[in-house]
Design a protein around this ligand. Sequence first.
Ligand code: AQP
Length: 335
Amino acid sequence: MAEEKKILYSGMQATGTLTLGNYLGALRNWITLNEEYECYFGVMDMHSITVRQNPTEFRQKARDLFTLYVAAGLDPEKNCIYFQSHVPCHAELAWILNCYTYMGELNRMTQFKDKSAKHADNINAGLYTYPVLMAADILLYQADVVPVGKDQLQHLEITRDIAQRFNGVYGDVFKIPEPYTGKIGARVMSLQDPMKKMSKSDENPNASVFLVDDANVIRKKFKRAVTDSETEVRYDVENKPGISNLMDIYSATTGKSMEDIEKEFAGRGYGDFKTAVGDAVADLLTPLQERFAELKKDKAYIDSMIKANDEKAYYTSTKTLRKVKKKIGYTEMIR
Ligand code: AQP
């Protein structure tokens, strides 16, 4: 009998259009994971409302995120790609886990501190309990592994702590997830401020390359990228963060090493290099954009995939939630 695959869980927020950072740092690496793992990828629309969203745009962004997952090559018949808000178990388990999470633990979360500083006019309780909802996401699917960047590691640790605490009281209800140790993609920095990561919700449109940007827009954004006053294309993250970021992007896009890139552009200056990076990224994204345009026209197909995957996610997560409710002593509904 074939060995059962381990379960992998991840997702992205529908807070904007996906960026090159989301793609090179995560999505591109998710594509082949389903050979080794049973994969769940969420459209994390419940997390997205911790920051105010315009309802019309939000609805569109969430659907586009699902479609972009598919356009990028995630097969919705092999991976479970679903909308977090379509599966009520997330909200239900998050509430229960809130009662097994300490304020002291949440007070230590650096993302809460960062986001509160960024959205000082809207420091809501959802922003504060975000890690608990994330714990519910992961634990509902009994995930073995979660691909996380360094900035999310703290959230995985609190998930493990909550799960261990719960299991300590009620027995083995949750699987304790581990960080995914396979290949993690490049960390892409903002084109306008290379000290900060490229983000889909950045207010400066020149700071991020969006997966749906037109080829000419992409080229222009790279031409305008902030670099330094030297002329040498050399990898030095500390002293030349802008050029080093462009080199990371060029390397992730073409597969060339830093050494090869330095040789290729020796004596040629930044102008030529920026053009080459813009061309390489535009070429990389063209097939994805064509597929995205085709899929957007095929409403019936996307709808059928959303329905089938929501149902799968609901089925799996209900099994965990039922067990949790029984363990904590909720009475059963009389039908
Ligand atoms: N710049 C980046 N470089 C590499 N990887 C990145 N990721 C995000 N930005 C970069 C990875 O993409 C996934 C998406 O995570 P998310 O949507 O839950 O939120 P995020 O990390 O906060 O992404 P954004 O784009 O910066 O969203 P906003 O602007 O809403 O905060 C994760 O796997 C992340 O590591």
